[in-house]
Design a protein around this ligand. Sequence first.
Ligand SMILES: [Zn+2]
Length: 327
Amino acid sequence: MRVHPWNRALWDRLVQERDRLPHALLLHGMAGVGKRQLAVNLAEWLLCEAPGPEGGCGRCRSCGWLAQGSHPDLRLVEPKEDEAEGEKVKKGKRLISVGEVREVLDFLALSAHQGGWRVVIVAPAEAMNTAAANALLKTLEEPPPRVMLILVSHQPRRLLPTVLSRCRKLPVSPPDRDTALAWLAEQRLEDAEQMLREAGGAPLLAMDIADSERRGWRDRFLAALAGPAEQDWSELAQAMQPRLTDAWGWLMRWVCDLIICHSGAPARYFPQHAAALAGLAGRADTASLWTLYQELQTAGRWLHHPLNNQLQLESWLLRYASLEARK
Ligand SMILES: [Zn+2]
């Protein structure tokens, strides 16, 4: 896969620095802007036998291994899906354990299979628990030669300061709207403008939101928020249990839209629910809306930790339902 067009300038800078690259990079920015893909592009380019300014050649043995996901000199460290559950939805909850990082350190203790670079990608780096991050720290401080560690992070503030300080930080920004829409058109995404708006401008997140299954969940959840009077919140929280991270994101954007509508401006995330939002915003108490919004924002920091999803979501939904009653 080629470098995403909006990451091209950053890519070109890195390519020009091939001989001076630091041993640890931190690609950080909002979710859905292609940080992980950029990390894979860099790995392919470093490991390729005939790299060019566009990246790996796509034809050599190394590029072939990488395409098959079996390169002996590359390790991708990610929170793994729970195979027993077999569902994507579990992914966001898992952490990267110290055992997984130790396996990587064992890999780095050996010499490169191909006698060249060895690359480790950790994505997202904030999924490492403290023990895992500390285990990685020593390698960040004293890296073996020809090793590149690429950390990907949506929330770099959650990383240990000692880890942060060892990496060269490269911000990855979302594209401007026209670039994003042009790219989404190439991907043949329907309803691209709306999806991009909901994704806060992040094109890959827009693709993800468009995923039809997820869309079904979202429509059901938003319909409940739009008609709070008739809801059984406990039942809804139970139904949404495997989708806590999504439900949290939708609820936060919904509350944000209510705050915006309350000030008389049009909804930013869910204009298709403009009428319901305007009605609800007119009856809700602004101070309570802000309090709930801030609480949801804070919750983003610990969403990846295992907790009782259903009870947590239910308590937010009950708070949401009480917003109108409090006025
Ligand atoms: Zn190649």
